[in-house]
Design a protein around this ligand. Structure first.
Ligand code: SF4
Length: 218
């Protein structure tokens, strides 16, 4: 059994997110895309507060466009980097409307995996992790988003080189992990990073993948 598979198996035995995958998607994938833009460099709680406040003040995407960047910036302030994120959101919404004639990216559903990836990646301010999250959660297209926890675990265990970037790790995992395991495996690795493999003082003594880990110090 290869090491990545063994790690995914051990994490699944601990966290069970493959058996019971969380529902992280949205009926309209554009909502997921904007939510992920808001999540950049902040935690889930602040992201969700910003998204909820935006939706309360400006319930529809045309409302957001009419409000404009500076009022949107106020609405999403809890997410941090509000000025940058507001500008990105407005630009993405304008691009989507120009491409699809509506504030929706449902037109991408059913397209080839790489077509969807390239379309999303070309949107301003949308990076590899945001693309992979939108693909995996909202379009149910196999992808492996890599955040700070997954980067850390991949480097420490030795399944990825110590200097590899999150985007490189994502591509490596997408090439190895079976499609059906991407969502649960992604969530399990994040759970492990939060619960055990902390960035400072990882709890290696109680770690279910300790026997598989090179324990490379970063
Ligand atoms: S053994 Fe330690 S460094 Fe390796 S994954 Fe577990 S907690 Fe992280």
């Amino acid at each position: 059994m290869d090491k990545v598979t063994a790690i995914l198996d051990a994490l699944e035995s601990q966290y069970h997110n493959e058996e019971n995958p969380p529902e992280l998607g949205h009926p309209e994938p554009l909502d997921g895309l904007i939510l992920t833009i808001l999540s950049q460099n902040t935690n889930d709680k602040n992201r969700d507060r910003a998204f909820a406040n935006m939706k309360t003040l400006y319930p529809t995407w045309p409302d957001v466009i009419r409000a404009g960047a500076s009022r949107l910036e106020e609405a999403i302030r809890t997410a941090g980097l509000a000025h940058t994120k507001a500008g990105r959101i407005i630009t993405v919404l304008e691009r989507v409307h120009s491409d699809f004639g509506e504030y929706s990216i449902l037109g991408l559903a059913g397209r080839e995996r790489e077509y969807v990836r390239e379309y999303l990646r070309a949107l301003p301010g949308v990076g590899a992790k945001t693309v992979a999250c939108t693909m995996l959660f909202d379009f149910k297209i196999p992808a492996f988003p890599v955040d700070t926890h997954i980067t850390r675990i991949s480097r420490r265990t030795g399944i990825a080189p110590a200097k590899s970037s999150p985007e490189e790790i994502s591509r490596m995992l997408e090439g190895i992990v079976p499609e059906a395991r991407c969502l649960g495996g992604h969530v399990n690795m994040i759970a492990h990073g939060r619960a055990v493999c902390h960035s400072q003082r990882p709890e290696c003594g109680g770690c279910v993948i300790s026997h598989l880990c090179d324990k490379i110090s970063l």
